[in-house]
Ligand binder design. Structure first.
Ligand SMILES: C[S@@+](CC[C@H](N)C(=O)[O-])C[C@H]1O[C@@H](n2cnc3c(N)ncnc32)[C@H](O)[C@@H]1O
Length: 277
């Protein structure tokens, strides 16, 4: 038995069947981590803390890194999830390897936006900070497409995005069906198609598959997990159309764009002028 497999088995015993990530999924995570050696990991959808524990356990085995795990705090007064997270992390001796974020927004997409903003320089360049992002949240095309687009900005080149629940649908799961209620009481409800088509599979097939920032897409045999690797491209040039930025993103980008235009327009110092042909 390999050394990492012994550590994995000890972790499984400490996790002690905490829901929701299974031992088999945990093993696949460990195999991937041992091969790709991520350092900074983002777990979107903490729930009872099991996926965070499996990933943090693998980082501890590798001897470096950190898991940031994010979930809503909107049910913390009614749900035991937060206590379960603390309990499993303590039981596994992993408390120091995990940052738990309980955010107030209606979805983690808004938190991801904040994370992108926090990492974006005055010139509008976002410095990515994660090598692995696991998305196991709302299973909604609307929320999760936004999440994936923002997650891509946070993922280092060569890093991996893993989507859970490719085949999950809202059909027959009334307790999870989202509706949007307006202040006047009107409600937007999911159509029949939105209930029966798996949202994450649609996202994988129609957003990720030919997204220029991702390659090496694959789906696991059980058709539940979809993997995508961020391309190892050279740093992309930031191209800003000055006529749009004022409306779109406000002053920061506008300033960056103007600086760029001014830099281009600035005359070269006399000594460094190209000789005439
Ligand atoms: C299936 S559970 C995650 C399980 C966990 N990753 C594991 O494997 O142990 C999904 C989580 O996503 C969170 N979630 C779902 N919709 C959300 C939303 N709109 N905003 C924030 N969190 C959401 C839920 O609170 C829930 O804890």
């Amino acid at each position: 038995m390999t050394a990492w497999r012994r550590s994995f088995d000890e972790l499984v015993a400490a996790i002690d069947n905490n829901p929701i990530m299974t031992e088999g999924q945990g093993l696949r995570i460990w195999e991937h981590f041992v091969e790709h050696q991520p350092r900074d990991v983002l777990d979107i959808g903490t729930c009872f803390g099991t996926s965070a524990a499996y990933m943090a356990g693998a980082l501890r085995y590798l001897g470096r890194g950190r898991v940031v795990t994010v979930d809503s705090n909107q049910f913390d007064d009614r749900s035991p999830a937060k206590e379960w997270v603390e309990a499993v992390l303590q039981r596994c001796g992993l408390r120091d390897w995990v940052d738990t974020v309980r955010m107030p927004h209606s979805s983690y997409a808004w938190w991801l936006l904040e994370e992108v903003r926090r990492r974006t320089s005055a010139a509008g360049v976002c410095t990515p900070g994660y090598d692995f992002i696991y998305l196991d949240g709302a299973k909604s095309l609307t929320i999760d497409t936004t999440a994936v687009i923002l997650a891509e900005r946070l993922l280092r080149p060569g890093g991996w995005l893993l989507l859970d629940d490719l085949n999950w649908t809202f059909e027959g799961r009334e307790e999870f069906v989202p509706t949007t209620m307006l202040g006047n009481g009107d409600r937007y409800v999911l159509s029949a198609e939105e209930r029966t088509v798996p949202h994450i599979a649609a996202l994988f097939d129609h957003v990720l598959r030919d997204h220029p920032a991702f390659s090496n897409l694959r789906v696991d045999e059980d058709r539940e997990w979809g993997w995508a690797q961020k391309v190892r491209a050279e740093r992309r040039e930031l191209v800003v159309r000055t006529e749009l930025v004022g409306d779109v993103s406000g002053r920061v980008l506008l300033r960056a764009a103007l600086d760029k235009v001014r830099a281009r327009a600035r005359p070269r110092p006399a000594g460094r002028r190209k000789p005439r042909a």
